[in-house]
Design a protein around this ligand. Structure first.
Ligand code: HEM
Length: 411
């Protein structure tokens, strides 16, 4: 999810203070005061070529607007894609987008996803059992990471034993997903290119293997679609695999981390969930609203137009602040309050909206509600270790890098 980050032209004006503050890794702990400020001014153009949108109604309309393109490679701000070509359908517009998305949509349809429930529960329960014995859980590494990674690996047909390799490449790609708000540090760009090349080589081998010996997995399905003459070339299969693997776990890792953190910081809400496990799904929705795992996305204007009173020209990047829209007081009363019993007037935008609405939303919701249900039901007196939270440096894919939780013995 999210936009590409390109190198900034040397003559770009300095970032306005309110955006520099948001982009500063020192403010990862709580970006919401800066997002509130940006939403209040939205829409506005901090410099030529960029329009920032943060109100709920405007963001929601923009994501559905056919004159707003997902072709980030056409942005005047960051027109150069780097490394080998890996354009996936997140970066395509209808009708091309529709064609590719349809090829994999069946695997994420509601009935198929519901069928994964027992396996997801088995994986999550095993992870919690293994971790809880020591009296301390590092939630990110013990639960949040391996659960969605294992699920998407099994769906695709990727060996989970390669976890460390995949995790390393994936972290490098996500770090480079921040929007074009400033010059991309060369290290991030080089790391991302290395990771992309790693994924390409890795999936090229797997695709070759499945072509020879198909199994009941998504890679085999994509290879067969290709061979039934639907013109899905090697590159398309590859780009789709890399997209599904990455979109299918990094974001969910952050949602699990953000959820556990929100519950431990709001003990009354945690008690409500413990008393009524049926609230797990509503808890997931409130965490998505309260602390979006994907904080922003971008679109590129195709035509001259206006967003609110602000002029938009072809090639302009529109930065949509999903995390700010989710705390718009026009839609959510007392938006900074974490309340698992809300019945919001409008859906949050954490899974985006319009044609790119997250393909894996149902899967993510199921994984995280299962994980939270077990976390609330099986662990005895979980509490946040003082100083036990550290955030990832990423601005866009937001979540804890480390989350230490102490427990009492089960008996
Ligand atoms: C697209 C968020 C989990 C697959 C998106 C977008 C967002 C998002 C915001 C759209 C970006 C845009 O409009 O530019 C999330 C969050 C997740 C999550 C917050 C977890 C909490 C998953 C999972 C999968 C997945 C588990 C499983 C495969 C995708 C795909 C797209 C997508 C394939 C591209 C859809 C398209 O372009 O048509 N996601 N996602 N996501 N997501 Fe997710």
């Amino acid at each position: 999810a999210g936009g590409d980050r390109g190198s900034a032209p040397a003559d770009r004006p300095a970032l306005p203070a309110e955006i520099a503050e948001l982009a500063d890794p020192a403010n990862r702990e709580d970006p919401y005061p800066f997002l509130d400020g940006l939403r209040a001014r939205s829409p506005y153009a901090p410099f030529d070529g960029l329009v920032v949108v943060g109100r709920h109604a405007q963001s929601s309309a923009l994501l559905r607007d056919p004159t707003m393109s997902a072709r980030r490679d056409r942005a005047a701000l960051s027109p150069t894609p780097r490394g080998p070509r890996t354009r996936n359908f997140l970066h395509l517009d209808p009708p091309e987008h529709t064609r590719y998305r349809r090829l994999v949509a069946g695997a994420f349809a509601r009935r198929r996803v519901e069928g994964l429930g027992p396996r997801i529960r088995e994986i999550a329960a095993g992870l919690l059992r293994d971790a809880a014995g020591s009296g301390t859980i590092e939630v990110v590494d013990d639960l949040a990471y391996p659960l969605p990674l294992r699920v998407i690996c099994e769906l695709l047909g990727v060996p989970f034993e390669d976890r460390r390799l995949l995790q390393d490449w994936s972290a490098s790609l996500s770090a480079a997903l921040d929007p074009p708000l400033g010059p991309a540090p060369p290290r991030l760009t080089t790391e991302a290119a290395r990771a992309r090349a790693g994924f390409v080589g890795y999936f090229r081998d797997l695709i070759e293997e499945r072509r020879g010996a198909p199994r009941d997995d998504l890679i085999s399905h994509l290879v067969q679609v290709e061979e039934h003459g639907e013109r899905l070339d090697d590159h398309d299969v590859l780009a789709t695999c890399v997209l599904l693997l990455n979109a299918g776990h990094e974001t969910t890792v952050n949602l699990i981390g953000n959820a556990v953190l929100a519950l431990l910081r709001h003990p009354r809400q945690f008690d409500r969930l413990r008393a009524d496990p049926a609230l797990a799904a509503a808890t997931v929705e409130e965490v998505l609203r309260y602390d979006a795992p994907v904080q922003m996305t971008t679109r590129v204007a195709r035509e001259d137009g206006r967003v609110g009173g602000t002029r938009v020209r072809p090639g302009d990047t529109v930065l949509v602040l999903l995390g700010a829209a989710n705390r718009d007081p026009d839609v959510y009363p007392d938006p900074g309050r974490f309340d698992i019993g809300r019945s919001p007037a409008a859906p949050h935008l954490s899974f985006s909206a319009g044609p790119h609405f997250c393909l894996g939303a149902g899967l993510a919701r199921l994984e995280v509600s299962v994980a939270l249900g077990l976390f609330a039901g099986r662990l005895v007196r979980p509490r946040l270790r003082p100083g036990g939270v550290a955030y990832k440096r990423n601005l866009n894919l937001r979540g804890p890098a480390r989350l230490l939780v102490d427990l009492d013995d089960a008996d």
